[in-house]
Structure formats: C-alpha cells, structure tokens
Design a protein around this ligand. Structure first.
Ligand SMILES: *[C@@H]1O[C@H](CO)[C@@H](O)[C@H](O)[C@H]1NC(C)=O
Length: 303
C-alpha cells in the first residue's frame, strides 16, 4: 500500500510500571499495536546525538557508584535501541531540556491539582474524592540523572529498585512509557505533556475507594496514575531518549521513530495497602501551607 503522510502515522504507547517486591505492580498495558511511518525507506546515517538539558555530570550531586556498578546512572549509555521486535536504530536525542522540565512539572501538578480539587469525575466508579494532602511536585536532579541513566539503557521494563536509588531517596518510584511513530521534529515539551496525560488516563480504571488503600482494581491497571498523584511523593526527575527504528518489509527497511520516557519519583508511592492520598477538603492537611501556584495542593516541603 502506497499511502503516505500523517494519516498513516500511528502512535502507540506502551506503559510499564515499576516492579519491586513490596510494591504494587501491573502488567504491560494492552494498548500495544503497530504502526509505521512510511516517509522513509532507508537508513539515514550521520545524525548526531543531541544531548539536552540536565546536568549529566551526576558526580556533582551524588556519587552513584556507591550503589554498585549496575546502578542506572553508572552504566554506559547505549548507542541504539531496539523495540517491539523492530530493528535497532541510533539514538539521536538524549535528555530533558529546561522547557521539558517545566512541561513535566506543569503536567503533573495540573493533574494533581485537579484530583485534589475533587473535579475528576472519571473512575470505576468515580468521581475521585478530593484530597487534603497532595503536595506540589518539584524537580530533583538526582532523580533525573537516575531516570536518564535508565532511559539511556532503552528502559526495557524497569530497573531494579536499588539501581535507581539516589543519595536523597532510598525508595524511588518509576513510570516508563514508550512511543513509536509520529514525526521526528515534534517539540519534546509537547511529547512530555502527552506522555504525562497518557499515564494519568488510567484514572478511568480507578475505584474511588482505592485512594484509601492501594489494592488490585476490578479492571485494567491504575499504577501509573497512582504514582503520578501519590500525595507523599514530593519530587520528580525524568529522562528520555529518541531513536530511529526500522522494520524490514519487502526487502526494504522502513523507518520510524521510537521514544522512551522515564520518570523517577521520590519518595516512592505505590506501596500496596498504602494510602494514595487523604480524603478531605483540598489542601486542608499541609505541613508547609498551601501552594502559591496550585490552590488545591500543599506547598513543596523544600520551600
Ligand atoms: C551486574 O549485573 C550483572 C548482569 O545481570 C551481574 O552478573 C552482576 O553480578 C551484577 N553486578 C553487581 C555488582 O551487582
């Protein structure tokens, strides 16, 4: 079939949730399907890797080698990623820019503010109760360095809990998302906004009673959602890699784009049996007053 252009551009998301023992986990999402961008049939060589944003020199803030030679921030970055049985292509972008960082924080905090304010009507059943103790998330560079380290490994599943810890957080939660297809040059800030909203969309599976005690849900999974809004998670740091992917078709290599996103959260949420957040009037149980930016959230503790 010789169809070209955006109409053929299917974007797929595969979302995975962290996998350590005392933590609620879910399976790989069933949203996986295949779509290819047919705009190029050949391998382009010579693209250089853009490295953006966060301080990749982690030694200034935390010596991750103390956690062993398999820690994600210590492993040497891979040059290419292979995904979904596709042929590996070069990584052409690593990192998160200052704009990405703002986009990530804004996306998270808008959604946390929405839930805390009691205006999320979705759920199974919904609506979601308003929350008394959700904190405004702030960025954490150590979490970002360990997330970028795992993204640099193409983030197959999750890294081991111990391999994502930081000098500040022993327990670190993690959301991983993979996307494939689309155009190379969509600004990554827009991608991040979509990714965070994709993770959040699991709210449709979230029974209102689960906020009191994290447990299995009747249908689908909620783990990305619950980590995203977990009240006592205070900080987030994310990393990303963008790469080419190829599929062999009738003797030609068809090119598409792959993107892997990793966010690490401190302290970790998603403890089985744990309280996702406390029900109550928005921001009515804050240790450090109400956020000046988000009326339904508590102010960051670090301020
Ligand atoms: C690192 O991982 C490899 C492969 O899984 C394993 O063989 C090795 O023992 C690990 N090293 C450490 C220090 O944990």
């Amino acid at each position: 079939m010789a169809v070209k252009g955006e109409g053929r551009t299917l974007v797929v998301v595969l979302l995975m949730l962290l996998g350590f023992a005392n933590i609620y986990t879910d399976a790989i999402s069933d949203r996986m399907s295949f779509g290819f961008n047919e705009e190029a049939d050949y391998i382009e060589l010579g693209d250089f890797i853009e490295t953006d944003g966060i301080n990749m020199d982690s030694s200034s803030t935390c010596d991750f080698t103390q956690f062993g030679s398999n820690h994600s921030a210590v492993l040497p970055p891979l040059d290419e990623c292979e995904k979904f049985k596709l042929i590996a292509g070069e990584i052409y972008h690593r990192g998160t820019s200052e704009d990405d960082k703002q986009s990530i924080l804004e996306a998270h905090n808008k959604l946390r503010n929405k839930v805390a304010g009691g205006s999320e009507k979705k759920g199974n059943p919904g609506p979601q109760p308003s929350g008394a103790n959700l904190i405004e998330l702030v960025w954490n560079d150590q979490l970002a360095v360990s997330a970028q380290g795992w993204a640099n490994q193409c983030a197959v599943k999750h890294d081991k809990a111990g391999n994502r810890q930081t000098c500040e957080y022993r327990t670190v939660g993690q959301n991983v998302a993979h996307k494939r297809g689309g155009k190379k040059n969509i600004p990554s800030t827009r991608r991040w906004d979509k990714i965070v909203n994709n993770l959040y969309n699991e709210v449709k599976n979230m029974p209102d009673y689960v906020v009191d005690k994290l447990q299995k849900v009747p249908k689908g999974s909620v783990g990305h959602y619950t980590q995203l809004i977990w009240a006592k998670t205070r900080e987030v740091g994310c990393g990303a890699v963008f790469y080419y992917l190829y599929k062999e078709k009738k003797g030609k290599l068809r090119k598409t784009y792959g993107r892997t996103f990793v966010c690490n959260y401190g302290p970790s949420g998603n403890f089985k049996g744990g309280q996702v957040y406390e029900r109550g009037s928005p921001a009515s149980n804050c240790e450090n007053g109400v956020s000046t930016t988000y009326e339904n959230l508590c102010a960051p503790l670090s301020e």
